[in-house]
Write a protein that binds this ligand. Structure first.
Ligand SMILES: C[S@@+](CC[C@H](N)C(=O)[O-])C[C@H]1O[C@@H](n2cnc3c(N)ncnc32)[C@H](O)[C@@H]1O
Length: 284
């Protein structure tokens, strides 16, 4: 009977290993909550770009160039990249000579943002990074000319909740660019990765038109859309004009070392590397 126990124990170990591999490597912590997702990205931030091996030509062709074209009629466009990671989208956009706007990048992993700061240092005067959860974007409604979110929706507890936020802060007539998870691994993300039809259906439930899917990478399609409504506003605006307190949506004022909510008094420090730390907020 001893060998049966041994086999069962081995099977148990293999099974536990497979579950751990699925949860931490394939699903990247998504079923364990945003805290675990952020922790895993914090741990892997220093090797992220080495693993991804972004090709500069592809990044320009699929991201930088089409976005610049889509924004060509807006003088100095304002772009928000949600779940910016190591600053891939800001880099693709700011490398385009025709882009004369500004980009705000937001992410839940502080170490990914540190990498982003280093890798986009040459564009620092046109970039702001914010440490914050995508489920509560710290901005006023109808603010950005373009809102992007690449390779991230499936790692949030409810993609719909995040898309609602992306659309809320996008101004009417603005461009939404998101990615949908496809390919082999998508089947191991039940309840997180949506079918192409399901994803497009979800987008159509928001005030979006011109929803277009485009083949992109092995694991992701790109989806473009325009926010419906009479185009209004547009262009770069000072941060304090558009930023809102993530705790109470109050107006933020610029203080010596960060931002302070004039309603609830929460402080949001600006760290030494320039990142605005909204997750590390301090009540007054
Ligand atoms: C695969 S990376 C993609 C990064 C970048 N968009 C790119 O294409 O290289 C996923 C990113 O989503 C971020 N993320 C996951 N959940 C998030 C959330 N709830 N709010 C903000 N960022 C989140 C992670 O920290 C990570 O940087």
């Amino acid at each position: 009977m001893g060998w049966i126990r041994l086999i069962l124990a081995l099977l148990g170990l293999v099974l536990a290993g497979l579950v751990i591999y699925w949860q931490l490597i394939v699903a990247e912590g998504t079923y364990l909550g945003p805290g675990v997702v952020a922790l895993l990205y914090d741990w892997s931030a220093h090797v992220y770009e080495r693993i991804k091996q972004f090709d500069v030509g592809d990044e320009q062709w699929f991201l930088g160039l089409p976005l610049v074209r889509a924004l060509s009629l807006i003088p100095a466009p304002l772009v928000l990249d949600v779940a910016t990671g190591t600053g891939r989208l800001p880099r693709a956009l700011l490398r385009q000579p025709a882009f004369d706007g500004r980009v705000i990048g937001l992410d839940l992993s502080r170490r990914m943002l540190r990498q982003a700061v280093e890798r986009t240092a040459q564009f620092a005067d046109r970039l702001t990074y914010i440490w914050q959860d995508a489920r509560r974007l710290p901005f006023d409604d109808d603010t950005f000319d373009a809102v992007t979110c690449l390779e991230a929706l499936e790692f949030t507890p409810d993609a719909r909740e995040v898309v609602a936020e992306l659309v809320r802060v996008l101004r009417p007539g603005g461009v939404l660019l998101v990615s949908n998870r496809i390919g082999q691994d998508a089947r191991w993300l039940p309840g997180r990765a949506l079918s192409n039809e399901g994803f497009e259906q979800m987008l159509h439930s928001f005030p979006l038109e011109d929803v277009k899917r485009q083949s992109w990478q092995m694991d992701y399609d790109l989806v473009w859309a325009i926010k419906t409504g009479r185009p209004q506003g547009g262009g770069v605006r000072p941060l304090v004009e558009i930023a809102r307190c993530p705790a109470c949506r109050g107006q933020l004022n610029r203080e010596a070392r960060g931002l302070r909510c004039q309603d609830c008094g929460c402080d949001y420090p600006i760290a030494e590397d320039g990142v605005i730390e909204m997750i590390g907020k301090r009540a007054r």
